[in-house]
Ligand binder design. Structure first.
Ligand code: SF4
Length: 686
């Protein structure tokens, strides 16, 4: 029996960013069952097929249980090693590369799967031990445009309202998200409200479950979000549906916005997006006439070349209708894909921000951290994840330390990522399984899963919740927290914060936004929203009721014209590929594929519209080849009108259908978030 733990442990789901409270029931050292917590503030007794049933991976036979090391160089096999040898090897090489090439020749990729405390420690390790700001996390690949866009619009890098506000909403605008599959507990809550009479507008190129229920489904071409949101704004202003009093008192930038909107009448938006002017007007009227509208959005808004502009122009709609920063409106909620996307960025695992979104460029922020850490904070902002790969290929990065992310499968243009890993002198990988990335690493350190960890996660509504270990990690696997301590120690440094509780306390000391957070409070009082600046504060669930957190205290409207995506279909690559998620699986599938969920969906498909399939002679289940300018993959076709003619859809849950071989290097011009949602591809029977 590898676990000293037994009985029932209350923790937070480690899959999506909804953050459901779960009771984990342990028998004989293994997870016997997981049940949702009745009365829990987020999920109220509900959970989805991932959180509830996808836990068998914790005892999968191929879990990493001992460190692995490539003793004989890159061409040698990975061999089992002691922790002392593996950590000593990694630390020795890291120190040598840093000494020879400078601290910025080393970079760390932290994880939106890891706890807040692990992310806090990872960024401290990068800055105070390795001496570089080149630390980033996988929110770069999904919601970096949310942090950037929401901060610019309202002042803080999080959703504006709590999940509970959806109970009050009388109309939902769901943009670029399929919560029924990717955030099922949210999807079910929206559906309940809509069936009870609330309005629903869905903006999505795909015909999703919610789109079928919607009053209006705005089925725009992938990459046309900014045009569509500007078109809605145009109608709101033209038809007197904007809240003029709110705009006069609490918003800035209206004149500039009006100027840009002159170029976005419904007729032009129709040409750019394919949405009929009448549908756009109906959507604007439905949303604009609601008393308590709510906007929810997902990666279909952010993962674009103009993802930040998409967030800004969507946020415009909340400002124009006065539905953010007020008692009535339900604000803007970004649906986070991974469990701790919000927290990883909150904790400062970002190349340009310290914990609590304090800019690295700000001397006072650096000094605040340096005083507590006992080490200077480097001044120059570091590399973002895609820049790390570019730097490695260009010979400017010597070592990459990857924590809990399979960059070979989840990052775009896998060929480029492979070249980057090959170009590094050293790749260190902490993971639960021998992932596609770990297979290429020099040192692989076996990590604990979320069911084996102590700490906190922060969900999509800024709610900080406790994570507690239900079982012990198998074999010699250790938490990322413990591994970072070992590596720092081998580098001759002491990270302080011996426990996760100490790490959150230290974060509270350096980041005013989180000054009132502690494990003791969370254990005693339950989850807390941030901002939570002092021990006496409950945290702010609804933001901006008095003023926006922008420099002038007003919500900033954004005047952003439509700009085309990075790739457009052409004669050689006539289809647009959109990538996304399926209900039963999660991201690269490394966890869910090792559970009974594999019986619900055992292989990936390529969704093709029947008209296109007929034209190309493709039957359901036929093997097809999809090719982009980067590479090609072969998988089975699924004929469905969930995709529009000329568009294709697949997910990246299965390694034998590696969608990111196809995706491009185009990225959001503000944040570098990849354009996963638009790739020009060709399709033919295999
Ligand atoms: Fe977990 Fe998300 Fe499902 Fe809740 S909705 S059980 S947080 S995967």
């Amino acid at each position: 029996d590898p676990s000293p733990l037994a009985g029932t442990t209350r923790t937070t789901c480690g899959y999506c960013g909804v953050g459901c409270s779960l009771d984990v029931h342990v028998r004989g050292g293994s997870v016997a069952a997981v049940t949702p917590v009745h009365g829990a503030p987020v999920n109220r007794g509900h959970a989805c097929v991932k959180g509830r049933f996808a836990h068998g991976y914790t005892r999968a036979r191929d879990r990493l249980t001992v460190p692995l090391l490539r003793r004989g160089g890159r061409d040698a096999p990975l061999e089992e090693a002691s922790w002392e040898e593996a950590v000593g090897f990694a630390a020795g090489r890291l120190a040598a590369i840093r000494a020879a090439r400078g601290p910025d020749a080393v970079a760390v990729i932290s994880s939106a799967r890891a706890t807040n405390e692990e992310n806090y420690l990872a960024q401290k390790y990068a800055r105070a031990v390795l001496g570089t700001n080149s630390v980033d996390n996988c929110s770069r690949l999904c919601h970096a445009p949310s942090a950037s866009g929401l901060t610019a619009a309202f002042g803080l890098a999080g959703g504006t309202n709590p999940f509970d506000d959806l109970d009050r909403a009388d109309c939902f605008l769901v943009a670029g998200a399929n919560p029924t599959e990717a955030h099922p507990v949210v999807g079910a809550r929206i559906k309940q409200r809509v069936l009870a009479g609330a309005g629903l507008v869905v903006a999505d190129p795909r015909r999703t479950d919610l789109a079928d229920l919607a009053d209006v489904h705005l089925r725009g071409r992938p990459g046309s979000n900014v045009a569509v949101f500007n078109g809605i704004a145009h109608v709101l202003l033209a038809e007197g549906l904007a809240d003029e009093a709110f705009l006069a008192e609490r918003a800035s930038g209206l004149a500039e916005l009006r100027e840009v909107l002159r170029d976005h009448p419904p007729e032009r938006v129709a040409r750019l997006s394919g949405i009929a002017p009448g549908d756009l007007a109906r959507a604007a009227r439905r949303f604009g006439s609601a008393e308590r509208p709510a906007i929810l959005y997902g990666l279909g808004v952010t993962e674009h070349r103009h993802g930040t502009d998409g967030v800004r122009t969507l946020a415009n709609l909340a400002v124009l209708t006065g539905s953010v920063g007020t008692e009535g409106g339900c604000g803007v909620l970004p649906l986070r894909g991974q469990n701790n996307v919000q927290g990883a960025s909150d904790m400062g695992a970002l190349p340009d921000h310290l914990p609590g979104y304090q800019p690295v460029a700000e001397p006072a922020a650096r000094e605040r951290c340096a005083a507590v850490w006992g080490a200077p904070v480097p001044e120059r902002p570091g590399l973002r994840i895609p820049e790390m790969f570019d730097a490695a290929v260009a010979g400017r990065l010597g070592a990459l330390h990857v924590i809990g992310e399979d960059i070979m499968r989840s990052d775009p243009d896998s060929g480029h990522v492979r070249a980057a890993l090959a170009a590094c002198e050293l790749v260190v990988c902490q993971d639960v399984f021998l992932s596609g990335t770990a297979e290429l690493a020099d040192v692989v350190l076996p990590a604990a899963s979320f069911l084996e960890k102590d700490g906190t996660f922060t969900n999509f509504e800024r709610r900080v919740q406790r994570v507690r270990p239900a079982v012990a990690p198998p074999g010699q696997a250790r938490s990322d927290f413990a591994i970072l301590h070992l590596l720092a120690g081998a580098l001759g440094a002491d990270l302080g914060c011996p426990s996760p509780a100490d790490a959150l306390a230290e974060c509270a000391a350096v980041a005013p936004l989180f000054g009132g957070l502690s494990h003791a409070r969370l254990d005693r009082d339950g989850p807390l929203h941030w901002p939570c600046r002092g021990a006496g504060e409950r945290g702010e669930a609804v933001l901006y009721l008095d003023r926006f957190a922008t420099p002038d205290g007003r919500a900033a409207l954004a005047a952003r014209p439509y700009l085309p995506p990075g790739e457009q279909p052409d004669g050689a690559y006539p289809f647009v590929l959109v990538t996304g998620r399926r209900l039963a699986h999660y991201n690269t599938g490394s966890m869910t594929r090792r559970t009974a969920n594999a019986e619900l969906l055992s292989a990936e498909t390529l969704d093709v519209h029947p008209a296109d399939a007929d034209r190309l002679g493709i039957a359901d289940g036929d093997r097809v080849e999809v090719a982009s300018r980067r590479g090609a993959i072969v998988l089975a076709a699924r004929r469905t009108d969930e995709v529009a003619p000329g568009e294709l859809f697949t997910a990246f849950h299965f390694p034998d259908a590696p969608a990111n071989v196809l995706t491009s290097g185009f990225a959001d011009t503000v944040t570098g978030c990849p354009e996963y949602k638009v790739s020009a591809v060709a399709l033919r029977p295999a």
